[in-house]
Design a protein around this ligand. Structure first.
Ligand code: SAM
Length: 217
C-alpha cells in the first residue's frame, strides 16, 4: 500500500481536533493555543507519532507539536490519539512541509526540536532537503530559544556523518554524540524508541544520536 494515497485522509485531518492547520497558525501564538506558558518541544517528521505521544504522556508540563508532511501518515497518529482513554491536552499535530517552519513558530518560541530517522535524501543534489542540512539548521536557529537544542537519531551512518559536519560548519555546539545509543548508559537513559528505531535496532543496526545547540557569540 502506498501510504501517500489513503483516500479521505485530508478530510479526516481537516475535521480533527488534534490538528492545528498551517493556515490557522500564527508564529508566536503557541502559548495561546495551549493555554499555558509551558515550554514547547516539536518533532519534525514524526511519522505515525509513537515517540511524541509517549513524550507527551510522560511530560504533562511540556507542550508538544508533531509535524508531518503527509496526510496519509498523519492520519495514523490521529487514529492513535483517538484511542487514548484520557485525551492528551499537551499535544497538537500539524501537516506541513518543515521547509516553512519559520512561518509557524516565532523567534525563540521553541525549546527543543526532535528529528528521528529523517529521510536520508542520498543524492548530493538533494542535500539541502535533509532535515539536518545547514539550510534547515539556519531555520531552526530562528525559532529556537537561547537554551534550545536539536536532538537527532538515525541508524544511517552517512546521514549521521553529514549531520555532524553540518552542525560544525553552521557554528553550532555538538553537546553530545554516540554511535551506539542503546549501549550508551548516559544518553540511553529514558530513551523512547520511535517506530523506525524499533524496526532498525531489531535488525541489529546501531542507533546514532547527537544533541546540538546554537553557540551564541
Ligand atoms: N520519525 C519517525 C520514526 O522515527 O519512526 C518516522 C521516520 S520516517 C523515515 C520520516 C518521516 O518524516 C516521514 O513520515 C516523512 O513523511 C516525514 N518528513 C520528511 N520530510 C519532511 C518535511 N520536510 N516536513 C515534514 N515531515 C517530513
Amino acid at each position: 500500500m502506498r501510504l501517500r494515497n489513503i483516500r479521505g485522509s485530508r478530510e479526516v485531518i481537516a475535521g480533527s481536533d488534534y490538528v492545528i492547520h498551517e493556515e490557522e497558525t500564527r508564529a508566536g501564538s503557541w502559548h495561546q493555543i495551549f493555554g499555558n506558558t509551558h515550554p514547547i518541544h516539536i518533532e519534525i517528521g514524526m511519522g505515525k507519532g509513537k515517540f511524541i505521544m509517549a513524550l507527551a504522556k510522560a511530560n504533562p508540563q511540556i507542550n508538544y507539536v508533531g509535524i508531518e508532511k503527509y496526510s496519509s501518515v498523519l492520519i495514523r497518529a490521529l487514529e492513535k490519539m483517538s484511542q487514548e482513554k484520557v485525551p492528551l491536552t499537551n499535544l497538537y499535530f500539524i501537516r506541513m512541509d518543515a521547509e516553512q517552519i519559520v512561518k509557524v513558530f516565532a523567534k525563540g518560541e521553541v525549546d527543543k526540536i526532535y528529528l528521528n530517522f529523517s529521510d536520508p535524501w542520498p543524492k548530493d543534489r538533494h542535500a539541502k532537503r535533509r532535515l539536518t542540512s545547514r539550510e534547515y539548521l539556519a531555520r531552526y536557529q530562528k525559532i529556537l530559544s537561547d537554551k534550545g537544542d536539536v536532538e537527532f537519531k538515525t541508524d544511517n551512518r552517512l546521514l549521521f556523518d553529514f549531520s555532524v559536519e553540518s552542525v560544525r560548519e553552521a557554528g553550532w555546539e555538538l553537546r553530545a554524540l554516540t554511535y551506539d545509543l542503546h549501549q550508551d548508559a548516559v544518553l540511553n537513559q529514558g530513551n523512547i524508541m520511535t517506530e523506525y528505531e524499533e524496526r532498525f535496532s531489531a535488525l541489529g543496526n546501531p542507533i546514532h544520536k547527537l544533541i546540538a545547540s546554537y553557540e551564541k557569540k
